[in-house]
Design a protein around this ligand. Structure first.
Ligand SMILES: NC(=O)c1ccc[n+]([C@@H]2O[C@H](COP(=O)([O-])OP(=O)(O)OC[C@H]3O[C@@H](n4cnc5c(N)ncnc54)[C@H](OP(=O)(O)O)[C@@H]3O)[C@@H](O)[C@H]2O)c1
Length: 287
């Protein structure tokens, strides 16, 4: 265990509660607070100490972890607290810009600050694949590392407070699209009389193939994007096949229509400019 033996956790949604349970299991003395009642009792049974107010929770320990819905919630929660000499680690999700603004606000109140972004499978923080992306001063992270690593593996991404959020939100951009597309695929299978388990078996090795595509597209992105015109046309036509297969079965294909629109825009820009315009350049805002 680090020199830090005790910590306060403010915000007891699924992530805050999972954080508290792991800290207690690792032997930390944990004070807890939540805006609405009813979230502290089960944690108190495990040994956590409920505080009556956020200010009281902050006063109880030098190190304060926040697990709130967004950074905006932090201002109201910490408004009445004395932050002088405290260390605040905000584990809430938000944009890099809102995070930088939040960091300035905390620093101006005399506290040290670290950003944390949980890249986890829901609230299963202890899952072996879980990571905590961290940004802010490296020496402060080193000081807190033993405590933060009692939660899951840490990756320090740099001194800029927004960096943890940047990499987290980029990961989430992919994850959101994946989760929505997965449900479209299941609906296509089910509504067409197929078997979801057969589909799962067929797609069980996809992760390896996705890794290959990631490497290929990363290289292409560094060179301006994937610019194979025949492939752009094929992908546009392929998207139409997914739309037809979905809509024939009564399944919503709006996400595939959006995807097809990217290929259409790339083809239109290619026609306009006389040079192949990769979809990547649309995302970059070049066209
Ligand atoms: N769940 C996940 O799988 C996951 C994974 C990685 C990261 N995250 C991120 O971790 C953070 C916490 O997520 P979560 O799933 O535990 O729950 P959440 O629903 O995002 O946040 C719940 C917490 O925020 C508090 N809260 C909301 N608005 C507030 C306000 N205006 N003032 C004070 N407190 C406020 C809630 O208090 P009340 O109980 O009073 O409403 C509750 O304690 C989020 O930023 C989320 O995006 C979540």
């Amino acid at each position: 265990m680090s020199a830090i033996k005790s910590v306060s956790v403010l915000g007891l949604g699924p992530m805050g509660r999972a954080t508290v349970r792991l800290l207690l299991a690792a032997g930390y003395d944990v004070t807890v607070w939540n805006r609405s009642p009813g979230k502290t009792e089960a944690l108190a049974e495990l040994g956590a100490k409920p505080a009556a107010t956020a200010a009281e929770a902050v006063a109880a320990n030098d190190t304060v972890l926040l697990s709130l819905i967004h950074y905006d919630a932090m201002y109201g929660v910490l408004e009445a607290a004395d932050l002088t000499g405290k260390t605040v680690v905000n584990l809430s999700s938000d944009s890099p810009a809102n995070t930088a603004k939040g960091a300035d606000w905390v620093l101006a109140r005399g506290a040290r600050f670290l950003t944390g972004a949980y890249m986890t499978q829901s609230d299963d923080i202890a899952h072996p694949a879980s990571k905590l992306y961290v940004s802010g001063p490296a020496d402060l992270h080193e000081e807190l590392r033993p405590m933060l690593e009692s939660l899951c593996a840490n990756v320090h991404l740099g001194g800029d407070y927004g960096l943890a959020q940047l990499y987290y939100q980029a990961g989430l951009a992919m994850f959101h699209a994946y989760l929505i597309s997965l449900q479209q695929a299941f609906a296509m299978i089910e509504r067409s009389g197929g078997d979801i388990d057969t589909f799962l078996e067929l797609s069980k090795d996809d992760a390896g193939s996705q890794r290959d595509f990631s490497l290929y597209f990363a290289q292409a992105a560094k060179n301006g994007g994937w610019d194979d015109l025949a492939s752009l046309k094929m992908m546009h036509a392929g998207a139409q096949h997914v739309i037809d297969a979905s809509e024939d079965a009564g399944v919503d294909a709006a996400i595939t229509r959006t995807i097809q629109d990217y290929y259409q825009r790339a083809l239109d820009a290619t026609e306009r400019t006389g040079a192949v315009v990769p979809v990547y350049r649309l995302f970059r805002g070049d066209h």
